[in-house]
Design a protein around this ligand. Structure first.
Ligand SMILES: *Cc1c(COP(=O)(O)O)cnc(C)c1O
Length: 392
């Protein structure tokens, strides 16, 4: 049989060296998976090359004397949020660790933004993608995931997403990306991350080393990266993390107890968790505050009027920044403050930007809106800011 093939090849003038592989008694393994991985990495790299870095926006406020405010606008990534960076890192991590191959179904537990970004990369690599989310997730995010060819699987409560995602990954022979566990380690903390971008964009500002960077926590990955980077670069900047209602991050920070759990999911999409996520690294956080949801949404609405519509997690970030600014002013300190725009308001038109929705959810934002406006215009930090529901 082997001889027949070789003689046929000789008849056609081809060298017997090119006999079919299965007839070569000893040969190197076929590397289809490695070739797939190389091609996948190249696709992800060329995708990154097509995008520019995100903007750093400086916002002037008449009331904030001696304090300059900067917003790192992570909403301009191709998938609309800071989770674009995380999705790229998680998928690179999976490929480089041999956990993702050409037939792997990707599965994720998400409050939406991460799943949108992962669905984008799954489509880029021609992989199946299943998002596990709570039923309350904003319709816009569900539509975005589906527009990238992803599938959504809904559970009732925030605490159920982890087990459901693990089960679906097992059933499909897929890979659970598990942002809450892997965000901090998949992200390169020394270079090519959001922190490096922030500090290099600040370089030519009047106060190039910010007094504080303020960020909320969902996975905790972004705050971990920023906190580590500040230490690594030996900067004087400090990191304040903002937490929200129904979340256990603040209590964990105060008590050191990583076993804390909550009964309810956060109302602020993207941040606040009912368990202490593995990617939350309190050791690199210099200060934490917890703010009422109505105040976060109020700050979001104020920014919408002065910048562009942002999401509610950005409202929490901005509120935390105002808090730090008020304390700096009280102490006569000057300098720059930085926080992040995590995503835009268009995803929340039928929730945080809908007055009827606020009313249904018992959220009265009006007193906070006027107090925040007063602070930004006149520098007076008045009740209800810093009052009931605020912890620091
Ligand atoms: C994930 C997320 C955050 C929090 O970022 P982490 O790095 O996960 O802590 C904030 N806002 C939005 C909209 C998010 O999706």
């Amino acid at each position: 049989m082997g001889n027949d093939v070789i003689s046929a090849a000789v008849l056609e003038g081809a060298s017997p060296l090119f006999a079919p592989l299965e007839q070569v008694p000893c040969h190197l393994p076929l590397c289809a998976e490695r070739e797939w991985a190389r091609n996948a990495i190249a696709l992800i790299e060329s995708d990154a090359s097509r995008s520019a870095d995100t903007h750093m926006i400086r916002l002037p406020f008449a009331g904030l004397s001696g304090i300059s405010v900067y917003l790192k606008d992570e909403s301009t990534h191709p998938t609309g949020s800071l989770k674009h960076r995380l999705a790229r890192s998680l998928i690179l991590y999976g490929i480089c660790n041999g956990l993702i191959g050409r037939d792997t179904t990707l599965v994720e537990a998400s409050s939406g933004s991460t799943a949108v970004s992962e669905a984008y990369f799954a489509r880029l690599l021609n992989l199946r993608f299943i998002a596990v989310m709570t039923r309350g997730t904003s319709r816009k995010k569900v539509e975005a995931i589906e527009s990238f060819g992803g599938t959504c699987h809904f559970v009732e409560r925030a605490g159920e997403v982890y087990d459901a995602a693990r089960r679906i990954a097992a059933e499909t022979g897929g890979h659970y990306l598990d942002q809450f566990t892997f965000a901090e380690r998949a992200t390169d903390w020394r270079t090519k991350n959001v922190a490096e971008s922030i500090f290099s964009q600040m370089q030519h500002e009047p106060d190039p080393v910010p007094e504080w960077v303020v960020m909320s926590a969902g996975t905790g990955g972004t705050s971990a990266t920023i906190g580590r980077y500040i230490r690594y670069r030996n900067l004087a900047t400090r990191l304040c993390v903002v937490d929200v209602e129904h979340s256990v991050f603040y209590d964990c920070y105060k008590s050191g107890d990583r076993g804390l759990t909550g009964q309810q999911g956060s109302r602020i999409e993207g941040i606040g968790r009912p368990r202490v996520e593995p990617s939350f690294v309190p050791e690199v956080v210099d200060h934490m505050v917890r703010v009422p949801d109505a105040a976060s949404i109020a700050a979001m609405r104020v920014l919408a009027g002065r910048l562009f519509p942002v999401g509610a997690s950005t409202g929490a970030n901005f509120l935390g920044l105002c808090w730090i600014a008020s304390l700096m002013m009280a102490e006569g300190r000057k300098g720059s403050l930085v926080t992040l725009v995590c995503d835009r308001g268009d995803r929340y038109a039928d929730t945080y930007y809908d007055d009827a929705w606020l009313k249904q959810n018992g959220l009265d934002i009006a007193p906070y809106v006027s107090a925040i406006e007063t602070f930004l215009d006149h520098g007076r930090f008045e009740a209800p800011l810093g009052g009931a529901g605020f912890s620091f």
